[in-house]
Ligand binder design. Structure first.
Ligand SMILES: *Cc1c(COP(=O)(O)O)cnc(C)c1O
Length: 229
């Protein structure tokens, strides 16, 4: 089988599994955004995905993402930044990203503010830390409110909702139930911030069952990632 064919089949297989989980949850699968996480893969590989109809791609390192985005302009791709973000890189990420899923600090929100000439609003997800380990990225769900206020009052940012990664060692469905609870409380403050970015290759079914709207799926679609360059 050509790699191309394998990729097409994995993509179709994941899309079928997404549709099945949506049915199981009594949800409309066409309302879900499937983001293919392409970190470590080449621009040529991302181009193949675009040819297969993929529109939403995710990256977690600015340097790598900016090079690929520059090479692939004109394909209509939406770039989602899903990795840890330093404030000093935020402005540069804004130039190509449609969404940033990993906002967890005031300083990052401030740095992502529209710069003069930036017409396009940037979609923002607040990253939750579900581990209880402050060394991890993300904000404690109990501390969400001030950060949400900050994003809501920052020009050029659209608060879409919350994002989370299920911690290792916790049953994913339980972890995603906590994300859903955080999303419910965020919506009291920001009724339009209904999105939930959750679910990766190993747990997107559980995420869909707990209300995920944006799935970040890498290896189940791309196959094994090349070693970091
Ligand atoms: C790499 C990555 C993913 C995708 O992970 P897979 O297990 O390959 O599906 C999703 N979210 C984030 C934040 C990532 O860094």
């Amino acid at each position: 089988m050509s790699p191309d064919l394998e990729l097409r089949e994995r993509l179709a297989g994941v899309d079928a599994a997404i549709a099945e989980a949506a049915r199981e949850a009594g949800r409309d699968g066409s309302q879900l955004t499937r983001i293919v996480v392409t970190k470590f893969h080449s621009a040529g590989f991302v181009r193949q995905l675009a040819e297969l109809g993929v529109r939403d791609v995710g990256e977690n390192r600015h340097q790598e993402a900016s090079v690929k985005a520059a090479e692939l302009t004109g394909l209509g791709l939406n770039w989602h930044f899903v990795g840890q973000l330093q404030s000093n890189k935020a402005k540069a990420v804004r130039r190509y990203a449609r969404a940033v899923h990993s906002v967890d600090r005031d300083s990052v929100a401030a740095a992502l503010a529209a710069f003069p000439g930036a017409e396009e609003p940037l979609d923002v997800f607040l990253e939750l830390n579900l581990t209880g380990d402050p060394g991890r990225g993300g904000i404690d769900p109990d501390a969400l409110e001030p950060l949400a206020e900050r994003v809501l009052s920052t020009p050029g940012l659209v608060l879409r909702g919350v994002m989370a990664v299920a911690p290792l060692g916790e049953e994913p469905r339980r972890a995603f139930a906590r994300v859903r609870a955080a999303s419910d409380s965020l919506r009291l403050l920001a009724p339009d911030a209904v999105a939930i970015s959750a679910g990766m290759s190993g747990d997107f079914r559980e995420a869909i069952l707990e209300g995920a709207t944006h799935l970040r799926i890498g290896t189940a679609i791309t196959g094994k990632r090349p070693v970091a360059g």
